[in-house]
Structures are given as C-alpha cells and as structure tokens.
Design a protein around this ligand. Sequence first.
Ligand code: NAD
Length: 484
Amino acid sequence: MGKHWINGKHVRGETGDIFTTVSPAHDTTVGEYALGTANDIHSAVQAARSAFDSGHWPHLSGRERSEILHKTADQIRLNRNDLARLETLESGKPITQAEAEIDTTVDLWQYAATLARHTTGETYNNLGENKLGFVMREPAGVVGMITPWNFPLLIISQKLPFALAAGCTTVIKPSELTPGTTLKLALLAHESGIPEGVINVVTGFGDPAGSCLSEHKEIDMISFTGSTEVGRKIAASAGKNLKRCSLELGGKNPHIIFSDADLDAALDPVVFGVYFNMGECCNSGSRLLIQENIAHEFTERVLELAHTVPVGDPLNPDVKVGAIINSPQMEKIKHYVGSGSRSGARLRIGGSRIPTASGRFFEPTIFDQVTPAMTIAREEIFGPVLSILTFKTKAEAIQIANDTIYGLSAGLWTSNIDTAFEVSRAIRAGTIWINCFMDGHAELPFGGYGDSGLGRELGRFSIDEFTELKTVQLHVGPPKDSWL
Ligand code: NAD
C-alpha cells in the first residue's frame, strides 16, 4: 500500500506523500496510496516508453500475448472474492454486483486474448501486374489510460487487455476514489507474465497526475473514461500534442415505452436501468419517455416497484442499491432534486438522504410531469433519480430522445418491428437496446455520439483504436517505367 506500480515493481512516490480512500458506506479507511506527481508520471511514461521501444512485448506473437492475457483472466477469477470486496468498499456498490463485474472482467480479458491472435490487415493483389500492396496493423505505442470511480475494474478492463492484445504498453491513472483494484490487477497481470514496464499504474488526483499524463509528449495515445467536462480538457491536450484520443463520457439516456410494448417485461428493466449502481452509471436510463395513453398506468407500476428497491449496506448480499460515492456527489444529487421541484416537476417518491449512522445513502427518487426543457431532463445527475416525460407520437418520442448534447445509449420497448427499427435508426446514440436494457457483450462495440465521446471500445473494433495502419507497397519483377 502507498506505492505506485512502475516497471514491474511497487515504488514509492517522489514525495512519499500518501492519500487514503474511504468506504462510502461505512466511513472507514480502505486504502493508502501514493500521491502521484508529475515526476511519478514521467517515470511511468519512461518505463512504458522503453518497454515499447526496446522491449519484446510489441514483438511477441499473437499466441504468446494471448496466453498471458488468458493467464491474467484466470488470476482475476481466482481473486474474485478479494477484488469484489475491495471494489465494494471503495465504490459503495452492492457486493453481488461487484462479483458479477469481476466475472464480466474475466470475460473481457478472455475475449481480448482471442483478439491478440486475430489482429489482421489486408492485402491488395489487384493493383497491377507488378504490384502488391499490404495494409498492416502495428501497435499504436504507449497508451495513457485515465479511469473513473463508478466501475473501476470493469472500465480499465474495457481498455487494458485490448491495448495489450494489440502490443501496446500502458500508463494508467485510476480514479483517486477507487485505485485499489487497478493496482491489484497490475500485480496479477505481472504474475501472469506481463513483462516489466508494459503496465504501469500511478495513483493520484486529476491534478497533477491525470493532467500530466494526458499532456505528456511521450505517450502516443490517451484513452479516457469520465465526465464530459474533463473529457474536453483531455481532447484539448491531445489536440495540442497531436496525440490519438479516445473518450468515453457522460450520458442522459432515454428509455422509451410505446403503448404496444409488453409492459410486464419492461417494468423491471426500467427500475434496474435507473437504480443500477446507485444511478452512478453513464448508461443510466435516467429519462423515461412513456406514451401518453399508458403513462398514468405505467408510472404507477414503476412507482410501486421502485418502493421495493432494497437500499443499504453494500456488503449485504440482499442489497441492490448501495452508497453514494462521496459528499460532493451527494450534494450534486440534492441540488438536482431541488432543481426538479423548483422547475415544476412533481416529486413522486424519494428526494432525500436516508439517515444512517455511517455512510451516504439516497432514496430511490422519481419525478413525473417533467418537460424536455427542465434541467433534470437535460443534465446527467449521476444518482438514483428518474425523470418521467410523456409523448404522443413516435416522431415526438424521437425528437425528445435526440434533444440532448449526449448520445451514449437508448432503450425502447415495443411489439412493432417497424417502430423498433425506425426509432433505432433515428436515435443518435452509440447503443440501442430493443426490448431489453443495459445489456452488454465483449463482442459489441461501445461508445457515444455527440458529447458522450469519441471512438469505440470492445468488440474487434477495439483493435482499430489501439493500432496504427501501415501501407507497404512492393514491386514484383524488373522495373518497368522510367520517370526520365
Ligand atoms: P471525472 O471526469 O471527474 O474523473 C475521471 C478521471 O479523470 C479520474 O481518474 C480523475 O482523477 C481524472 N481527472 C480529473 N481531472 C482531470 C484532468 N484535468 N486531467 C486529466 N485527468 C483528470 O469523472 P468521474 O466523476 O470519476 O466519473 C463520472 C463520469 O464518468 C460521469 O460523467 C460518467 O458518465 C462518466 N463515465 C462514462 C463512461 C462511458 O463509458 N461512457 C463510463 C463510466 C463513467
């Protein structure tokens, strides 16, 4: 504890200063971490640079890289209980959910391991009799990765194994609120055979550690997941240094219920969609759009089910909604609840902090009579707050769904195949769920339109993100034409 992971070792930070993490549910100290400085970031980038420029990782065969990624997946599985407990203690999320996230993490590493053997290019044998063209993929280089606190291990695993599969080396700056599982992951990967310098982790805050990493001239790419506000800063530094940049940012995702939908089937996913991970989820279905002729009936059913959501100590396996990450986030949620009431929306349930001896818990909250112009229909709250709006026609549903700066994901429920496809095509978002919500698979790319981000993670497309294309042209046989 209290050290970075640089060049295959736990190392003390430049100043020796540390910071601590606190359990959002119990107010107890969870871990002590090195307070990263600009020089710590510089040491980590040097290690990653030398592992890329003169190390053997980028030159291993796909089979060799794949084997190490598979071993890492096995190690993650073996450490499931410890990782899940640490994730719950630092993030406040329910333990059963944390365990499920570790299982998904294993799957991501296994899937990325298969991609390591399928990083292919193209051959052009149609350029003329004496010509042959190859388009080859090469690893992009040193990738800086900056991650948030809401899904610490899952989000780093949407980036890291894919970058490793492509042959890149990495420097990671996890969230200052939840660095524990990322540090542990680096150690497990090392024990599985990842060479020194290929994964480096510097713990610390956005300023200076995060900003120094994103501004560092010796990285080749920055991959960021977090808020749209910080994402803009990252994109600005990447632009200044002409570095590749991929951004996974916020969302204000519409969840649309047409009157011809199977309402029994939609009910549980609507409630799950907004309260999963305490609503601290980029994919949260925080705007519920219900067709007017069923709005009253369906709203009442959502209210009734939301009342039953078990909130409490996230270490209790029966709990579905744990603790809010910290006091600023709690204040932000309260601010939006106040804004909803002041703007004329009707508070139907919740709206308050739950009084507890320790930790920070917030009631599942629902506003109806929300209009598209209200702040609670437009801004990402990142808490357990649902805004219910209504619409009359399909065209109006599409218009309201697209009336946002974001475009991460959307859900829709209908029994009409034409409605399903028409609306899926019309909504400007990276993922559309039809008659399901917040499903995900390693095979399917994920990312956002608009202010929700740039680029895609997951799927075989993720290899595109972490590789450069090189064109190689070959002349076959004696020279044919002279210039002079
Ligand atoms: P955040 O932007 O505050 O912080 C994210 C990371 O950036 C942290 O590691 C932080 O230390 C670092 N950081 C802060 N300032 C920085 C700077 N100036 N330069 C470089 N790094 C800096 O986000 P958060 O509060 O940790 O996470 C919540 C946000 O993340 C929400 O907006 C959510 O929607 C978004 N998110 C998006 C996805 C997605 O896949 N699209 C997934 C999860 C979370």
